[in-house]
Design a protein around this ligand. Structure first.
Ligand code: FAD
Ligand code: SIN
Length: 510
């Protein structure tokens, strides 16, 4: 049966994804033999785009307990306390690991770390690199090490299609390499580090690889998912018509940049006592309301940053200049954009999922650290902390189990990549943005589900990024319909308050 695959690879573990979570897990799995699959070239996910930084209690007077308190404050009561404790307590040691891997965080002349501030953090605790190129620097260091590591075989341009499940446990996965080649990867341990779902939305900061594949693959295999209705919309992406939209890092607001409407009014002063540093969902919805009434939103850093812009925020400066804006002297047009998925594949504190042999880490996972809303700069940290814990757990499971050859009879060829259907994908992204976006209501969600079904019928019945997007969209819209309240990133105009009854998760495949 396996003979019909063009190639069979075998490993002690297969990791899907070359972002911070996948690379960390793969490196920490040494000396086990790892096959690492990545959809495009290595590091094609959100990680290299991360700007603001990575949060950890490393500053004087800060503590993991204070970091945990801030994380819980924005999480809307749906965080798992023990997961938050793990994240914040292990954070400082994982920062040390990153430094040892060669990550150069920004420092003052005296060698001390420069710490930034972002919304929801009571103190300055955001480490950054090259000003606002933190993800690129972390990615660079991890990629260099992974490519040099003898235990990791990187298979790029490979699309992981489906898990192979036999007798209730994972035996590997099927993949399509460079569009055509049918590949079976045989492994007793699979780690999904496939990132989030940003590309489901017409307006997003996420790059093209981020299409919810891990979520859809897990759903098909009956794996438990949680909190999928909670999508975070970043308040300030550069509104110049790019896809993905360039991010205007929250660290700009942390440095004092203000939001203005088309009349130059600082409207956040009327919305929340913390004004521009209110929780992300509140700022995003306030911006959205200005745009919905036909106004314009600007992020003005001319006073707060001014001439320091090119040095402190070189990435944003470069992105603005590409679009003809000089942020030293003029405000930047801004709009909200889908940015991060709080929910995902449900895991325990070691990244174990409900399916034996399957682990998940990074944005694809729902570890419980974010609840209904993620604190800024906790995501790179989550990938680092839980990527490592996954590896520790796999190694602790003892010598890799042999996968029985007969188990592989369950493997189904993914087939050649279907012809792209950009119209279906674009329609889907529009529907999600319009009806499952920042402001949701019953009628819109029902209409979205009907439209998703209609688009599904247009797709070839073969697994692809587009079919995964449809699956993920259906799951998110259904959970959003079910949650008849507002909390964190999920806002229902028809149920604008949080209710005590809903302080519980929506679980898919319970
Ligand atoms: P990603 O880095 O997204 O990588 C996903 C990987 O999975 C990719 O390699 C992709 O190819 C692979 N993949 C997916 N599907 C398949 C498949 N079917 N087959 C094979 N491979 C597959 N967070 C912070 O903490 N601080 C920040 O300052 C910050 N800034 C951000 C700025 C931007 C513009 C964006 C978009 C996000 C930002 N975030 C930030 C969020 C953070 O960057 C991400 O949540 C995090 O990097 C996700 O890492 P990951 O390893 O889970 O996934
Ligand atoms: C940003 O720099 O604003 C993004 C930070 C994050 O998403 O954590």
């Amino acid at each position: 049966m396996t003979a019909s695959f063009d190639r069979v690879l075998s490993a002690d573990a297969v990791v899907v994804g070359s972002g911070v979570a996948g690379l960390t897990a793969a490196l920490e799995l040494a000396p086990l033999r790892v096959v690492l699959l990545t959809k495009g070239p290595i590091a094609d996910g959100s990680t290299p785009y991360a700007q603001g930084g990575i949060a950890a209690a490393v500053g004087e007077g800060d503590s993991p307990a204070a970091h945990a308190a801030d994380t819980l404050d924005v999480g809307g009561g749906l965080n798992d306390g023990p997961a938050v404790d793990v994240l914040t307590a292990e954070g400082p040691d994982r920062i040390t690991d990153l430094m040892q891997r060669g990550v150069g965080f920004d420092r003052r002349d005296d060698g001390s770390l420069v710490l930034g501030r972002e919304a929801g953090h009571d103190v300055r605790r955001i480490l950054h690199a090259d000003g606002d190129a933190t993800g690129a620097e972390i990615s660079r260091a991890l990629v260099v090490e992974a490519l040099a590591a003898g235990h990791i075989e990187v298979v790029d341009h490979s699309f992981a299609a489906d898990l192979v499940v036999d007798a209730g446990r994972v035996a590997g996965l099927t993949a399509r390499v460079r569009g055509e080649e049918q590949v079976l990867v045989v492994a007793p341990a699979v780690v999904l580090a496939t990132g989030g779902i940003g590309r489901l939305y017409a307006n997003t900061t996420n790059p093209p690889a981020v299409t919810g594949d891990g979520l859809a693959m897990s759903a098909r295999a009956g794996v438990r998912l949680r909190d999928v209705e909670f999508v975070q919309f970043h308040p300030t992406a550069l509104a110049t018509g790019r896809d993905p939209m360039s991010l205007l890092t929250e660290a700009l607001r942390g440095e004092g940049a203000v939001l203005l409407d088309e009349q130059g009014r600082r409207f956040m002063l009327e919305v929340h006592p913390d004004a521009e540093l209110a929780p992300r969902d509140i700022v995003a919805r306030a911006n959205w309301r200005v745009l919905q009434r036909g106004g314009t939103v600007y992020l003005d850093a001319t006073e707060a940053v001014g001439d320091r812009f090119p040095e402190r925020f070189p990435t944003v400066y470069h992105l603005c200049r590409e679009d003809g804006i000089d942020p030293r002297v003029e405000p930047m047009p801004a709009a909200p954009a889908a940015h991060y998925h709080m929910g995902g594949i449900a895991t325990d504190l070691f990244g174990r999922t409900s399916l034996p042999g399957l682990w998940a880490a990074g944005e694809a996972a729902r570890t419980g650290v974010h609840g209904a809303n993620r604190l800024a700069s906790n995501s790179l940290l989550e990938g680092t902390v839980f990527g490592r814990r996954v590896a520790i757990d796999i190694k602790a499971s003892g010598p890799p189990a042999q996968v029985d050859a007969t188990a592989l009879r369950a493997a189904v060829l993914p087939g050649a990549e279907p012809a792209p259907q950009p119209d279906v994908v674009e329609d889907l992204r529009d529907v999600m943005w319009d009806k499952v976006g920042l402001i949701r209501r019953h009628e819109g969600l029902m209409a979205a589900l009907e439209e998703i079904d209609r688009l599904d019928e247009k797709l070839e019945p073969r697994v692809s990024a587009a079919s995964n997007m449809v699956t993920a969209a259906r799951i998110i819209a259904s959970a959003a319909l079910l949650r008849t309240e507002s909390r964190g990133g999920h806002f229902r105009e028809d149920f604008p308050e949080s209710t005590p009854w809903w302080q519980r998760p929506v679980v898919v495949n319970p």
